[in-house]
Ligand binder design. Sequence first.
Ligand SMILES: *Cc1c(COP(=O)(O)O)cnc(C)c1O
Length: 460
Amino acid sequence: MVSTHPAGVRNSGYQYFSESRSTTTSPNQELLPLTAKVNSNDCLEIGGCDVTALVAQFGSPLYILDEETLRTACRQYRDSFKTFYAGESQVVYASKAWNCMAICAIVHSEGLAVEVVSGGELYTAIQAGVAPEKLYFHGNNKSVQELQLAIASNCTIIVDNWLELETLADLAKLPVSIMLRLTPGIECHTHEYIRTGHLDSKFGFDPNQIDQVFKFVSNNPNLQCIGLHAHIGSQIFELQPHQDLPGVMVQWLKKAADYGLPVTHLNIGGGLGIRYTEADDPPSIAEWSKVVCEAVTAACQEQQVPLPKLMCEPGRSLIGSACVTAYTLGSRKEVPEIRTYLSVDGGMSDNPRPITYQSVYRAVVANKMSASWTETVTVAGKHCESGDVLIKDISLPPTQPGDVLVVLSTGAYNYSMASNYNRVPRPAAVLVKDGEANVIIQRETYQDLVRCDRLPQRLI
Ligand SMILES: *Cc1c(COP(=O)(O)O)cnc(C)c1O
């Protein structure tokens, strides 16, 4: 049990703490990492580390990753599938949410498998020590080189389309373990860029082609199709799409078995949403898992199909709320009667989600946790782009340059989508646990920025 704050304190940094937390608290329903507290200096503490001290030591912007929150989310998925599903199960971390060696190693140590979508992510997971049988390779346009790396590393390849299927049939000199990604035609309510399960999607085989695909695979003994896969989208709060998906998938499993394919695995994807603001109310990890497990079990009973090894592959809901980004506040611009801009020392290069998806975030001032929110400000980044705004119209206490602003729930699709726009070095990331902080990603230097630059002799 983590003690948090005097109950009922509102309109201050305490607002985003839930009243009490324990290991049964679902991280995806929290705005702050599970270990967050306010210490006697009125400063935010995560993983037993004072956030302002971390910024003093490691600089800013700084991604601060709470190991306890990440491990809790891993265990909740793993244990929920064990509880609610009678067959075998495997939780897979969709590492594109944040792929780096330390995170791959942590989730692997919790028994999770790792899903990758590029040669670079695959290489990183291998370097982190992820076992080949725990590696799954996705992607709608894998290169020949990536497919060769996948074959050489003995991972399972999730085949997305005809070109890939035919290329693999050529490349595979020995049996290769594959799964087939299908487009199930299931709609869900999320941003259109992150919707993938409806028929008009670039991902997966069209259901109309399914017989031809199964026939092709059954004629290629080196393509060992162990199962089927679908992923319907991201940041989903509804349970209905995941209740509907198994019926469709199990029907296709049955068909695949009719073609003689050794299908024993069913992967129903990820997509569970997280809380970014107090208005977000996603189901818990346990609730989502229960719905998925029961729907698969029911569909298998109804269609008389043996229970497959059930896989899910969450990304955001495993890592999202485990991380916050700490910035140092800088300049302030007041536009009378319109708005006040507060600028931070990062922005769209370390968190491109607001400018890409109009995503909304919440923040606290780490060194003024109990100060009353008396201002409404807009938090702007430092990039040369008017749209580089991290948070529009947020309530904060009065601040000064040098104060530490902490943006919450930045674990998913922040570091992994970070860029060097304006040649801003990408931030460091520290892993915090029990008062210890370890660098897991070093801050880039100016030397790093020019590492791949070349100056032809005639220009010197
Ligand atoms: C992105 C992705 C996921 C994870 O999605 P989240 O919304 O982060 O849980 C799972 N499977 C596939 C194939 C993906 O592309």
